[in-house]
Write a protein that binds this ligand. Structure first.
Ligand SMILES: Cc1cc2nc3c(=O)[nH]c(=O)nc-3n(C[C@H](O)[C@H](O)[C@H](O)COP(=O)(O)O)c2cc1C
Length: 284
């Protein structure tokens, strides 16, 4: 495993970057990113992600022009893309693995932006020889951030309240989903949960809900879907990707604060609260 820096600090600092300056990412840094991609390509549900680092500068103009983002990303030449087999648990694993990489790339001082919708999926799929059983759930540009956001990005961020997160009492619970868990009741896991709260999610919807069991450090991860959202994009279940991202933040922060545990499929009944149980963190 590679030596890594302050992951909690990187999680706190990360924000989507959609405008990049015209400075190529150095070869040594690209090598580091490739190492991260090789090190973090298997998730807690057991699926493997086939990652690629795509440099548009290495391509003929005609080819690179096809790998577009509909104008949502400005100035990026480097992209991380990943392919998974379209199986249960694969979206969560994809979110988990790519976020492990994105936090480390943030730690290197580079900008990123999860793109699950606004990229030319079919062109990237051709480039990565995606088979019928596989999908590209999302991609991310990588590069040096411009210090100015475009007007379009500022409007978009305002529209989805990208700088805000739901309060603790909406996201986290104790015992069952009717009893909110306040920040001062979270004990050793206060940082891990706060890092989940800061996670990026598609349209900033934040579908993660976590229930801590009474008296033990067992945390059940649940998905509370935005109604009708799944039908919006058939190619990838973005809210399951969000769940994997949340798991990544939780585990990175837990481990950095000296807490050890395992991901296990266990049982939890959300008791009619409109949430889906996915997985649990069980402290060792
Ligand atoms: C799974 C996923 C898919 C996303 N897809 C897009 C996208 O297609 N286009 C885009 O501009 N932003 C996309 N985003 C970025 C979110 O809008 C962003 O993370 C959220 O608004 C919070 O802002 P922040 O990342 O700056 O904290 C996506 C994020 C996630 C996690």
């Amino acid at each position: 495993m590679l030596q890594t820096g302050d992951m909690i600090e990187a999680i706190k600092r990360r924000a989507s970057v959609r405008s990049y300056i015209d400075r190529p990412v150095e070869q040594a840094t690209k090598n580091r990113i490739n190492d991260f991609l090789g090190d973090h390509n298997q998730g807690p549900f057991g699926h493997r992600v086939r990652f690629s680092l795509i440099d548009l500068s290495d391509m003929e103009q005609a080819e690179s022009r096809q790998l577009g983002t509909y104008g949502f990303i400005k100035g990026a030449r480097l992209y991380i893309a990943g392919v998974v087999k379209d199986l249960p648990g694969a979206m969560e694993d994809f979110g988990y693995c790519l976020e492990q990489v994105i936090v480390r790339v943030t730690d290197l001082g580079l900008g990123t932006c999860w793109l699950g919708g606004t990229f030319k999926r079919a062109s990237f799929a051709r480039k990565l020889s995606v088979t019928e059983q596989e999908v590209i759930p999302a991609i991310s540009p990588v590069g040096y951030a411009s210090d100015r956001r475009t007007v379009r990005e500022r409007i978009m961020r305002r529209f989805i309240s990208a700088d805000q997160r739901k309060p603790w009492t909406t996201l986290f619970f104790q015992g069952d989903m009717n009893k909110p868990l306040a920040k001062d009741e979270a004990g050793d896991y206060v940082t891990a949960l706060e890092c989940v709260r800061l996670a990026p999610s598609a349209t900033n919807y934040q579908p993660w809900r976590i229930v801590k069991e009474d008296n033990v450090n067992v945390f059940h991860f649940l998905l509370k879907r935005k109604p009708g959202y799944g039908k919006l994009l058939r190619a990838a279940d973005l809210q399951l990707i969000d769940m994997g991202i949340a798991m990544s933040h939780f585990e990175l922060a837990a481990r950095q604060t000296g807490l050890d545990g395992d991901w296990k499929r266990s049982h939890f009944d959300p008791d009619g609260n409109g949430a889906e149980y996915l997985i649990s963190w069980i402290e060792r």
